[in-house]
Write a protein that binds this ligand. Structure first.
Ligand SMILES: Cc1cc2nc3c(=O)[nH]c(=O)nc-3n(C[C@H](O)[C@H](O)[C@H](O)COP(=O)(O)OP(=O)(O)OC[C@H]3O[C@@H](n4cnc5c(N)ncnc54)[C@H](O)[C@@H]3O)c2cc1C
Length: 459
């Protein structure tokens, strides 16, 4: 890297929006998770698609890596360059281009955060709600959907990647392509009926192009929302309980978990079913139904005290309440997707791994589209000021990735170590296709190289 590159980048986006200042690069060289920091050469904040194209063309000419970044909050180091290069911070591309009330989608730029889209809809289209993760409001809708994130409507409607209607992408060689209905029509209403290439860009971690527009589905806002909270001693009860709960068609979201703190929860598995309705009477009726199902399937429904009730309604994840907020505290988790039958064993193994590494157990899960798939998050808080503590969290992550893959699950938003383990287990045909697509779209290997890298002799 030379200063000539700095100059060329400044010519594209303006002096204020490029930096190779050490203090600023330091921030981008790490994330709040347990990944080991890695160096960054430049940070650039484009405002337009044309600027993104010019940066990508420059990267091809000078052969340097580009790492697209939204909020940078995956916790698995996905926006930290593997071998240096430019972090492309997309936050200035934050326009909400269109809200279609009739076809229920939002067409947005990739820097639109979850906080911005949800407050915009509350103010201008209150009958519509977006798919949001339970993450800080500074995460981007694009960053979350592109990693198959999930949130409070995923049980009912699917993970957020599946809710993308279309993409505009600056390909690794600098051309623009549209995917989904917008490839043919002025409307961003669906992914088909043409070959579905949107999927190429999901969970590929910015290694196949830079998304510059994204259409995401929106859903009617319910009038009333509440939850039914239950506990069970035996995780095997979940195998019968969860299908019974989803069979009713009632839940908007179902969260499960077990944690050593607060003390009263230790040794129990909780099930929190979120319901919605047009009236409070309907909510009470739904709760009665759920109560019966909980009791017939080995769980006990509990009334939650009013002060906690408001908290759980807004911030349903218990895991964050167990995060280590001591000086320098950090919070890390392996999310893993798996079929329902794996879940009881995954919980027991997760408890074992936590104990082995001296970490309080905090495991949660979210049902995705009616128990078709379950996301289990194994949380390992650590004190960033204590190197031994960070090491424990890293070792726990490694052990978790290993047993998840052995039992048939797949680590989600996989960090480099987990990607390597997934690739080792991956079907050779899949790897061959993956490698061919990468070589075809990105001949100079400039897009987030090092991610999903299929080695020469491996395909
Ligand atoms: C406290 C906490 C709670 C969380 N809870 C949840 C939760 O409930 N559900 C959930 O799904 N996640 C959760 N997460 C994980 C994560 O923060 C989110 O998934 C988040 O939405 C990721 O968005 P981001 O903008 O930070 O993405 P980034 O980290 O910036 O990017 C994610 C990936 O997408 C790529 N990318 C980003 N923008 C582009 C682009 N324009 N073009 C091409 N590639 C791009 C990046 O290179 C990276 O590989 C949580 C995280 C924290 C810290």
């Amino acid at each position: 890297m030379t200063d000539k590159i700095l100059e060329e980048l400044e010519n594209i986006v303006g002096k204020e929006f490029v930096s190779n200042n050490k203090e600023e690069l330091y921030i981008y060289s790490q994330d709040p998770g347990a990944s080991i920091p890695r160096p960054v050469d430049y940070v650039v904040m484009p405002k337009t698609t044309k600027e993104v194209q010019d940066i990508v063309k420059l990267a091809n000419k000078d052969r340097f890596p580009i790492i697209p970044m939204g909020g940078g909050l995956t916790l698995s180091g996905l926006t930290i360059p593997v071998n240096g290069g430019i972090v492309l911070d997309m936050k200035r591309m934050d326009e909400i281009i269109e809200i279609s009330e009739s076809s229920r989608y939002a067409l947005i730029e990739p820097g639109v955060t979850s906080g911005r889209l949800s407050s915009y809809l509350k103010n201008h289209h209150p009958t519509l709600q977006p798919p949001l993760p339970d993450a800080p409001p500074s995460v981007t809708i694009a960053g979350n959907a592109l990693i198959n994130g999930s949130g409070y409507i995923s049980q009912r409607h699917g993970d957020h990647g599946s809710l993308i209607n279309g993409l505009e992408v600056v390909l690794p060689t600098g051309e623009i392509a549209k995917f989904g209905s917008a490839a043919v029509s002025d409307y961003w209403f669906a992914r088909g009926p043409i070959p579905d290439l949107v999927g190429l860009f999901l969970s590929s971690f910015g290694s196949l192009g830079v998304v510059t527009k994204l259409a995401i589905q929106l859903f009617p806002t319910p009038k009333f929302r509440d939850f039914a909270f239950g506990l069970t001693k035996d995780p095997k009860n979940l195998l019968t309980l969860l299908p019974k709960i989803t069979e009713t068609g009632l839940p908007e979201d179902v969260l499960l978990g077990t944690q050593d703190k607060p003390d009263w929860m230790k040794g129990y598995f909780f099930i929190n079913t979120y319901i919605t309705a047009d009236s409070e009477k309907d909510i009470e009726e739904q709760k009665r139904k759920l109560n019966k199902i909980y009791e017939e399937n080995g769980a006990r429904m509990m009334e939650v005290p009013e002060n906690l009730r408001q908290y759980y309604l807004i911030k349903p994840l218990f895991a964050s309440s167990a995060a280590d907020f001591r000086k320098g505290g950090g919070f890390e988790y392996v999310g893993a997707m798996m079929p329902l039958e794996n879940v009881p064993e995954a919980y027991l193994k997760g408890i074992e791994v936590s104990r082995k590494h001296g970490i309080f157990t905090t495991i949660g899960s979210r049902l995705i589209s009616q128990t078709h798939n379950i996301l289990v998050f194994f949380t390992y808080p650590f004190n960033r000021a204590d190197p031994k503590d960070i090491e424990n969290a890293r070792n726990a992550l490694h052990d978790t990735n290993k047993f998840v893959l052995e039992m048939g699950g797949i680590p989600w938003k996989a960090e480099l170590g987990a990607q390597k383990m997934i690739l080792e287990k991956m079907n050779p045909g899949f790897k061959k296709v993956l490698k061919s697509i990468k070589n075809l779209l990105d001949p100079n290997n400039i897009m987030n190289p090092g991610n999903w890298e299929v080695k020469k002799n491996d395909a």
